[in-house]
Design a protein around this ligand. Sequence first.
Ligand code: SF4
Ligand code: SF4
Length: 440
Amino acid sequence: MNLLSFRGGVHPPHYKEATERFKVEKAKEPDRVAIPLQQHIGAPCEPLVKVGDKVKIGQKIGEAKAFVSTPVHSSVSGEVKQIARMLTPTGEVECIVIEADGLNEVHESVKPKGDIENLSGKQILDIIKEAGIVGMGGATFPTHVKLSPPPEKKIDTIILNGAECEPYLTADHRLMLEDPESIVYGLRAMMKVVNVSKAYIGIEDNKPDAIESMKNASKGYKEIKVVGLKTKYPQGAEKQLIYACTKREVPSGGLPMDAGVIVNNVATASAVAKAIKTGMPLIERICTITGKGIKEPKNLLIKVGTYIKEIVEQCGGYNGNPGKIILGGPMMGLSQHTDEIPSTKGTSGILVFTPEEARLPEPKACIRCGKCVDICPAFLQPLYISAYSLRNMYETAEKYHALDCIECGSCSFICPSKRPLLQSIRVAKREIIAKKRKTK
Ligand code: SF4
Ligand code: SF4
């Protein structure tokens, strides 16, 4: 197979063997959930319910009041017990706590919405928006916004990201094996929304069974091409995926739409299919629970709002004391201080390291080996951006294009001196963006 790729990148060990062969199991129904009113990039939702209200599965409980926002829905039937700010994977957010009644009643609004052939692009877009669908690869950008580019941006291609290039994670892999038709259906729906006749599904070649499965499911749709990608991190990053599939480059500071492309995750496409076919909004997702710190690694279908602690308990609990809990993959995931937080639409993985694995090596002086420059997929010079950031020289860091960093962590991974490259570059980005906002 002719494998596609991009310049730079690294080859971290996959560690996927722990779960890649395990079918997705339905997680136990939670007794209570905490649904954050912000699980997406953009403005938080406003609650539509109050304490004491009875809610059903799929009922909208948070309304999006801004364009870059998305509604949230109840994942259980039961009673609203509390609406308060609480800790979530992305910090303190207002949450709606619901105690489940065990009846699993589905809300009346949840019913099939029709078929791609009979629905207009605008109707499909409205279904996606109302279903609260966001990028499920972890980015959580509202999908209806992605699918509404300004008229001057001419989109001719959609790419579905099935690379799952982060080590350990196998949720997308299992979805591609177990429900490939839903992915193709969702992709066709999104193609209708933006009126394009070309699409790629990019999958790394360490998942040959997924490539075959998606090829079989998309047979009969010649506008959809399943392509094998070289297994290399960060193959699933938008700019790298676009280059690998189309050889188009997204300009510095630009977005995929500047290259005529919209990128979505395979799980997002599947959620779109579900929202059209059954009317069920995004209230559950597949999550990989893995790492040496977990007794029985699994792929579980979890209800949004289920506490991380309860999900881990369903995987036999921790192997001793957890050293580090990461939501997402080890390269771009978010470290957490506690497991008393709810899962969200973006919880693609729960990775637990043992204390030994979690121990960070002491950083040493930069030896100017140039490895970080060689592998940076964004063509940056991480050593300089980092050095200027560490000296609080953010303007100089900006001149070295700090804002083009996609935060893939490849530089930190490759650095023989174990310099805190990604962390310091993130600080520089935050400071530069904050300054830009102030001067607006
Ligand atoms: S500088 Fe940014 S984009 Fe480049 S390797 Fe480091 S984290 Fe990735
Ligand atoms: S990889 Fe590390 S040691 Fe090598 S140049 Fe970059 S920062 Fe310096």
